[in-house]
Design a protein around this ligand. Structure first.
Ligand code: FES
Length: 147
């Protein structure tokens, strides 16, 4: 049911680990399955993502999508990284089974959370970036809370 690329990234995930003194760190959970994703970004003065690492307590699809997402944002500008959606990640992996699509949101949200952290630390605004959720299901049923 998984594509070869998904299996490859699950069995040999790229960019696993932590970055000490990261420019931005983002953590996002999925309360429904209890999985958690953390992404570390190292961003240089030209706003290029020099390095990226991730850690997860997550299912195989979360591991594979995060691995691919880190590959897609590495070496890219912040604006380019903003375009790496979970859809783009799934396409790069030749698809995911429908029940696993939500798992791919963890990586996208965690990257956004790490970018948000970076922007806050540097007092800048990243175009198109909204305050990240701490859980991918946050605000699904009810209205967004005041921020
Ligand atoms: Fe939880 Fe996949 S089942 S992220």
């Amino acid at each position: 049911m998984y594509t070869e690329k998904v299996m490859d990234h699950f069995q040999h995930p790229r960019n696993v680990g932590e970055i000490e003194n990261a420019s931005g760190v983002g953590t996002v959970g999925n309360a429904k399955c209890g999985d958690i994703m953390r992404i570390y970004l190292d961003i240089d003065d030209n706003q290029i993502i020099r390095d990226v690492k991730f850690k997860t307590f997550g299912c195989g699809a979360a591991v594979a999508t995060s691995s691919m997402a880190t590959e897609l944002v590495k070496g890219k500008s912040i604006q380019e990284a903003m375009e790496v959606t979970n859809k783009a990640v799934m396409e790069a992996l030749d698809g995911l089974p429908p029940v696993k699509v939500h798992c791919s949101l963890l990586a996208e949200e965690a990257i956004h959370a790490a970018l948000w952290d970076y922007a806050e630390k540097h007092g800048i605004k990243i175009e198109g970036l909204e305050k990240p959720k701490s859980d991918i299901h946050e605000g699904e049923e009810e209205e967004e809370e005041e921020y």
